[in-house]
Write a new protein. Structure first.
Length: 323
C-alpha cells in the first residue's frame, strides 16, 4: 500500500493510491510560514490518511520544485519554502518508511500515462507558470540528476520577454503561455488602450486578472481574442518541438488554464501540425489531460509504487558469479 502526497502553493492533498484510484483522500491548506511548519502540515495530513488506510509500504511526494532525484534534495522551490531542504530524508525520518520525492508535473505526467494507457507521453501543465513531464517507455524522464524536463523553459523566441519564473532566459514558453504572461500582456494592452474592454477590467492594483481576459475573449472582444491567438500560436510552436524531440504517442495539456482550452487548443494544434515533422506528427494524439484534480496525488503514489517494485526486483535478481 502506498500513499501519494501532492504539495501545492495553496493545498496539501494526500490519499492512499491503488492503480489510478485515490482513496481516503484529505486536503488541507498549505502552511507556508516556514519549512518546518510546512513539513508539520504534510505530516499531519499523511497521518490523517494513515489512520484510515493503515501503514503504507512507501510514500510518494510531488512538489512544485526542482528535485535532485537520487537524494530528494530540493534545489529550488516555487511558492513554498523548501529550497535547500533534504525533503526525502526529513519525511523519511518522520514516517519510518521509504519516501520518494519528485517534481509535481512529473507526477502528473506519470498519472496521465497510466490513466490513458500510454508508455510514451508528454504533458504540459499550463497554470501560473508552465510545467511539464515526459514519460518514455513507461518511465519518467528526469535527465542525469533528476532536474531535467523543464518544458516551460525552452525558448520559443530568443528576443522575447523575460521569463516570469525563476529563470534567466528570455522568450521561454512560460513567458508566453502562462497565467502570469497572459495577465502581463492583458495589462499592458489595457493601459495602452484606455477605452477598451480590457481597460475596463483593470483592478484596483492596475492589473487585468486572467479570468477577466478569458471572459473578454469568450465575449468576442478583439483585443482579448488577439492575445489568446498569440498564446495559441506559441503553444503550437512548442508542441511541434516536443513532438520532434520525444515522438510521444500522446501529448496532453493540463493545468488550470486548460479550462480555457476552447479559446486556444484548436489553433495550437493547427500550428503544431504545420511545424512538426510529418512522420512524427501523424503518430501523435493531442488531447486534454484526463487525470483531473487527483492526478498529482495518483502520480505521487505511482512514483512510490514504481520505486518499491524496482527495489524488490533488484533484491530478487540472482547474484552474478565472478570469473
Amino acid at each position: 500500500m502506498v500513499l501519494g502526497v501532492d504539495v501545492g502553493g495553496t493545498k496539501v492533498a494526500v490519499a492512499a493510491v491503488e492503480g489510478v484510484e485515490a482513496a481516503h483522500a484529505v486536503e488541507h491548506p498549505t502552511v507556508t510560514v516556514s519549512a518546518d511548519a510546512l513539513l508539520d502540515g504534510i505530516e499531519h495530513a499523511v497521518r490523517e490518511v494513515i489512520a484510515e488506510a493503515g501503514e503504507p509500504d512507501a510514500i510518494g511526494v510531488g512538489v512544485p520544485s526542482q528535485i535532485e532525484y537520487e537524494t530528494g534534495m530540493v534545489e529550488t522551490s516555487v511558492n513554498i519554502p523548501l529550497t535547500g531542504v533534504p525533503l526525502r530524508e526529513e519525511l523519511g525520518k518522520r514516517f519510518g518508511v521509504p519516501v520518494f520525492v519528485d517534481n509535481d508535473a512529473n507526477c502528473a505526467a506519470l498519472a496521465e500515462a497510466h490513466i490513458v494507457g500510454e508508455d510514451h507521453l508528454v504533458m504540459l501543465t499550463l497554470g501560473t507558470g508552465v510545467g511539464g513531464g515526459v514519460v518514455i517507455g513507461g518511465m519518467t524522464f528526469r535527465g542525469a540528476h533528476g532536474l531535467g524536463a523543464e518544458l516551460g523553459h525552452i525558448s520559443v523566441n530568443p528576443d522575447g520577454p523575460a521569463c516570469p519564473g525563476n529563470c534567466p532566459n528570455r522568450g521561454c514558453l512560460e513567458a508566453y503561455c502562462s497565467g502570469q504572461a497572459l495577465e502581463r500582456d492583458a495589462t499592458e494592452l489595457a493601459r495602452d488602450k484606455p477605452g477598451s474592454r480590457l481597460a475596463a477590467a483593470l483592478d484596483k492594483d492596475g492589473r487585468v486578472d486572467g479570468r477577466e481576459l478569458v471572459t473578454a475573449a469568450e465575449e468576442g472582444d478583439s483585443d482579448a481574442v488577439l492575445l489568446m491567438g498569440r498564446f495559441a500560436r506559441m503553444l503550437g510552436v512548442a508542441i511541434a518541438g516536443y513532438v520532434n524531440v520525444f515522438q510521444p504517442e500522446r501529448f496532453v495539456i493540463g493545468g488550470g488554464l486548460s479550462r480555457a482550452s476552447h479559446l486556444f487548443l484548436d489553433r495550437a494544434v493547427q500550428e503544431a501540425a504545420a511545424r512538426a515533422l510529418p512522420a512524427l506528427y501523424r503518430r501523435v494524439q493531442i488531447s486534454l489531460a484526463q487525470g483531473g484534480p487527483d492526478a498529482g496525488v495518483i502520480g505521487a503514489g505511482l512514483l512510490a509504487e514504481h520505486e518499491i517494485r524496482n527495489t524488490e526486483t533488484a533484491t530478487q535478481a540472482p547474484t552474478q558469479g565472478t570469473a
